[in-house]
Ligand binder design. Structure first.
Ligand SMILES: Cc1cc2nc3c(=O)[nH]c(=O)nc-3n(C[C@H](O)[C@H](O)[C@H](O)COP(=O)(O)OP(=O)(O)OC[C@H]3O[C@@H](n4cnc5c(N)ncnc54)[C@H](O)[C@@H]3O)c2cc1C
Length: 425
């Protein structure tokens, strides 16, 4: 490995992508400071993936821990960039040779129906906060938003995350209906076995439970759902295969968790009763050239609760240019903007969607390019000299200042231990 000692890089976000980038910089001897807004650095792995993914989460936690404790990596928890530290301070004042955005996509894309957001908490919810609640509500210290699982809930969206939201509702409804019959069922075990098999073992059926269940409402056809990625250069044969794969994934999920799907329905209006969302008016659509087009007909989908799961976008950070709901990157491979030559983006913050492997791969590839090309450029043009002792000392003083504010002693393992409630699964 080449040594880039004397260089310093800030990483914003310590989860899959941020930790991966930090690991690469550490291999190159770069002084790396990872700013993480939460106490624990696990991001979507902890708060986005539904909690039944226990084995995957533990594996990812261990990988993140290993990278954040690599040589030359300084973890700065409970520090929100844009609030405790400004982005411009990092790009301009601290002495960093590059700053890497690895802050993920934590804002739900707004449901494009006027007035919906005013009904949040009144029959309307978004996916990110809902899954956060699901993952943590069993903890005694949880004091966040509370959600009641209502039979007949409508989930808007068509990705894997919407299926997860539908699964949460179905599993909660199933466990609750069994509890009402005096049967204690474990939600995670029910997820593994599926609802029909769980009920079969108990000599019951879904119909006997008297549960209606939830419905996913999607604006295109099942075979259009982005459940399997379509390669950019796909020919007709590949398109057909992908379409079949998508339809099959959805079919398997509906067989195993018994939720329903209303395809070709695009929300266009709200049904409001007693100041509460009571369902959606939807345009009936048809798919033309891959797009959902209204047919002119509408239907009412009544529901006691609507959860919007139509994608996540990065939260704005002062100093980062937006283009619509996304960051205004000019180079989408490296997550770069023309006006910020030393700013890069990795993982979900750039890709928006994706998965753990995609976030990790993207982070490794960009971080490798930073060490190979960007630091080399910095060296050549000498716009930024390697850190001298005074600048390094000042940078580390600022890191200590943030540590003092957050109460972090520098002992990563002890911090994580203290930040983990005993009853966290
Ligand atoms: C419901 C759901 C189910 C999923 N299921 C799977 C699955 O089964 N398998 C799979 O591979 N993937 C799954 N994914 C996707 C996967 O979780 C993500 O693609 C991946 O974890 C993203 O990693 P990341 O590091 O890019 O972003 P994140 O994990 O979002 O990390 C961003 C980090 O930045 C921090 N941060 C944000 N803003 C700031 C700031 N201003 N200052 C400092 N820190 C900040 C956050 O706290 C967070 O720790 C799922 C996602 C969802 C929503």
């Amino acid at each position: 490995m080449s040594s880039d000692e004397g260089y310093a890089i800030a990483v914003i976000g310590g989860a899959t992508a941020g930790a991966e980038a930090a690991g690469v910089f550490s291999e190159h001897g770069v002084l790396t400071v990872v700013f993480e807004q939460n106490t624990r650095p696990y991001g979507k792995v902890e708060d986005g993936l539904p909690r039944w993914h226990a084995a995957l989460r533990n594996k990812e936690y261990a990988a993140i821990d290993r990278k954040l404790t690599s040589p030359n990596v300084h973890y700065v928890p409970s520090t929100t960039v844009g609030e405790h530290v400004g982005l411009e301070e990092l790009t301009g004042e601290w002495g960093f040779h590059a700053v890497v955005l690895a802050n993920g996509a934590w804002r739900d894309r707004p449901l494009p129906v006027e007035g919906a957001d005013a009904l949040l908490g009144k029959g309307f919810a978004y996916q990110n906060a809902f899954i956060y609640w699901f993952n943590h509500y069993n903890e005694a210290a949880y004091d966040g938003e509370q959600y009641e699982i209502l039979d007949g809930t409508l989930v808007v969206g068509g990705g894997l995350a919407s299926i997860d939201v539908a699964k949460v509702i179905q599993l909660e409804l199933c466990v609750r209906a069994l509890a009402e019959r005096g049967i204690e069922a474990d939600l995670v075990e029910t997820e593994v076995a599926g609802i029909p098999k769980t009920l079969q073992k108990l000599g019951l059926t879904w119909e006997e439970l008297g549960v209606e269940g939830c419905t996913i409402c999607y604006r295109r056809r099942p075979e259009d759902m982005p459940l399997v990625e379509l390669p950019d250069d796909a020919n007709d044969k590949v398109r057909e295969r992908v379409a079949r794969g998508r339809a099959r994934i959805l079919e398997k999920a509906t067989e195993k968790y018994l939720f329903k799907v209303e395809a070709l329905r695009a929300p266009s209006g709200l049904i409001v009763e007693d100041d509460r969302l009571a369902g959606l008016v939807c345009d009936v659509t048809k798919v033309e050239d891959g797009r959902a087009r209204p047919t002119g007909e509408t239907v009412e989908l009544r529901a006691p609760m609507v959860i919007s799961s139509i994608g996540s976008v990065p939260a704005p950070i002062a100093g980062v240019r937006m283009k619509g709901e996304l960051y205004g990157f000019d180079d989408w491979d490296l997550g770069r903007m023309n006006e910020h030559p030393s700013l890069f983006g990795v993982g979900n913050v750039v890709t928006g969607k994706g998965n753990i492997v995609a976030s990790r791969k993207h982070a490794r590839s960009v971080a490798t390019r930073i060490t190979a090309d960007h630091l080399e450029l910095v060296r050549k043009v000498k716009k930024l000299e390697p850190l001298d002792d005074a600048t390094r000392g000042e940078l580390l003083r600022r890191v200590r200042e943030q540590h003092e504010r957050s109460g972090y002693s520098g002992d990563y393992a002890a911090w994580i231990d203290a930040a983990t409630p005993d009853d966290r699964v």
